[in-house]
Design a protein around this ligand. Structure first.
Ligand SMILES: CC(C)(COP(=O)(O)OP(=O)(O)OC[C@H]1O[C@@H](n2cnc3c(N)ncnc32)[C@H](O)[C@@H]1OP(=O)(O)O)[C@@H](O)C(=O)NCCC(=O)NCCS
Length: 175
């Protein structure tokens, strides 16, 4: 059979196709739970005293938590899909004045996760871009997030898409 010069790059290229970004639906619960549990595990590894420990039921609990936010008007849950599979999500919300944080109304990002096999291919940046577009449409003047102090990779992404450093959280064990 004649060798198809384009077939191999096309197949390899499937991994790097730009993802489809769409609002999450109830059927995404399992995928959202799996990705949310990844976030729990990676943060627990940063600091086991500060961050929640993963449990056997973390994927189910996280999936239920995220799908419960889908229909809340002030929340936003978007997923990134490739070849029909959910490979990442972003979760955020519109918040009002917060005097404890000394800030006015803003969009806040709570979670951003990309499946390990799909990282460094623009999926995280595409999710953020879609979230910025949606929050802008909803009238948010700015977007904030908290990121683990040791999460250098995520901080590189956030700075690359325009975030500046504004606060640090500090933790002290008691007793
Ligand atoms: C952080 C995370 C969402 C990044 O997703 P991603 O799809 O890999 O990010 P992108 O491919 O869009 O990255 C775009 C750019 O951001 C920077 N970047 C992203 N991840 C990086 C890393 N681990 N180290 C250094 N720079 C990084 C790079 O400049 C990258 O461009 P390049 O690949 O051309 O160098 C992903 O690593 C992840 O899910 N981590 C675990 C969960 C987590 O920490 N979430 C954030 C805290 S809420």
């Amino acid at each position: 059979m004649r060798h198809c010069a384009w077939a191999e790059p096309l197949q390899n290229g499937l991994m790097t196709l730009p993802p489809i970004i769409r609002p999450a639906v109830a059927d995404d619960e399992e995928a959202l739970g799996r990705l949310g549990a990844l976030l729990v595990v990676e943060h627990y590894d940063f600091d086991p005293e500060r961050f929640l420990a993963p449990r056997p039921d973390t994927p189910q609990a996280y999936g239920r938590f995220l799908t419960s936010k889908i229909d809340q008007q002030e929340k936003l849950v978007l997923v990134a899909q490739r070849n029909g599979a959910v490979v990442g999500y972003v979760f955020g919300g519109m918040e009002g004045f917060d005097y404890m944080a000394l800030r006015g109304p803003a969009a806040v990002l709570y979670d951003l996760v990309v499946d390990a096999a799909h990282r460094r291919q623009g999926v995280g940046a595409a999710l953020l871009d879609a979230a910025f577009g949606e929050f802008t449409k909803r009238g948010a003047p700015r977007v904030l997030l908290f990121t683990a102090y040791k999460n250098d990779g995520a901080q590189s992404l956030f700075e690359r898409v325009g975030f500046r450093r504004t606060m640090i959280e500090m933790t002290r064990e008691l007793g």
